[in-house]
Write a protein that binds this ligand. Structure first.
Ligand SMILES: [Zn+2]
Length: 314
């Protein structure tokens, strides 16, 4: 049995082949220079009227980003943050060098037949009115629930409207059910305020890593390359608790965390994908258009995570 890598190398590469081994190692080292890139984005914002710990969680998220020297992008939903205290928390992101995008005011589902194109564009403009004075303001639209229209008229009408109003896409390549983990974490925390959260942290990190691996693998299959990724997270309790570990997880595994605008430069986010209903994560939508079998729908949902968290006792 060969247990040591050096023994394995000796077997695979007899002495005259050693230069080949050196070359292989060099190539591996070079490919590390082209590691996966990922930008962090956070949706929704916090509501101090309903979330007593809003200011504390906001500070935890910003401190984690600052300590790790990461620039992120916040996509606040107008109705969530539209109070003097809520807007003050959004302002802290802008003043600390993060970008602020548009996630609409009322956070409606554009795939609903009840939401018309004029309703939806009015809602985008209402959010812009709230945030456009902020230093990090950027005309990028993140569709609520990643839903970009239930019919071709709405989908294409919205694309025309965005082009006319100089809006670019705030698309996502890796979505996760971080919101579901956060709900379960919050419920468990309430019952066990002093308990060690290590098992929850590990389950959450494993979940994020598995979704990142899945979407990066899917991208390699359908695009033939690893794009600059955009990760969708939310401004919630679980990220306030574990964001330093989330950042460390990606870095330890060789992923580079890049600025949001660097990631959005990837041509992936400029694609106009003709799926219906339109939207979801961009890699998912490309895979669906390519007819790739086995894609789950909805792509990321709490229902896929429930059994695992039940088993762990959270
Ligand atoms: Zn949202």
């Amino acid at each position: 049995m060969i247990s040591h890598p050096r023994q394995l190398a000796a077997r695979l590469f007899p002495r005259p082949w050693r230069p080949a081994l050196v070359l292989a190692l060099l190539l591996t080292a070079c490919s590390a220079a082209f590691a996966q890139r990922i930008a962090l984005t956070f949706d929704d914002g916090l509501d101090p009227r309903k979330q007593p710990q809003a200011a504390e969680w906001n500070a935890a998220l910003l401190n984690a980003l600052d300590a790790a020297k990461v620039q992120a992008m916040l996509f606040p939903a107008g109705r969530v943050v539209d109070s003097p205290q809520g807007l003050a928390l959004v302002r802290q992101w802008a003043e600390q060098g993060h970008l602020i995008g548009n996630h609409t005011y009322a956070h409606r589902n554009f795939a609903s037949p009840r939401v018309s194109l004029p309703d939806f564009t009015a809602d985008v403009m209402a959010a812009e009115a709230l945030f456009r004075q902020l230093p990090g303001w950027t005309r990028r639209l993140r569709f609520p629930y990643l839903k970009e229209g239930d019919g071709a008229d709405k989908r294409d009408g919205m694309r025309d409207w965005m082009a006319l109003h100089d809006y670019r896409s705030g698309g996502v390549s890796i979505s996760t059910s971080d919101w579901y983990y956060s709900e379960r974490f919050a419920a468990w925390r309430k019952k066990h305020p002093k308990a060690d959260a290590g098992k929850m942290r590990d389950a959450y990190l494993a979940h994020l890593w598995s979704r990142a691996q899945y979407y990066d693998g899917l991208a390699r299959k359908v695009l033939g390359r690893s794009p600059a990724h955009v990760l969708l997270l939310h401004t919630n309790e679980i990220n306030a608790a574990f964001l330093p570990e989330v950042i460390a997880l990606f870095r330890e595994r060789g992923w580079e965390i890049v600025a949001p605008e660097e990631a959005f430069e990837d041509p992936l986010y400029k694609q106009q994908i003709d799926t219906l209903p339109a939207g979801e994560g961009v890699v998912w939508a490309v895979a669906r258009r390519a007819g790739r079998p086995g894609l789950r729908y909805p792509a990321e949902d709490g229902l896929y995570e429930k059994a695992r968290l039940d088993r762990l006792g959270f």
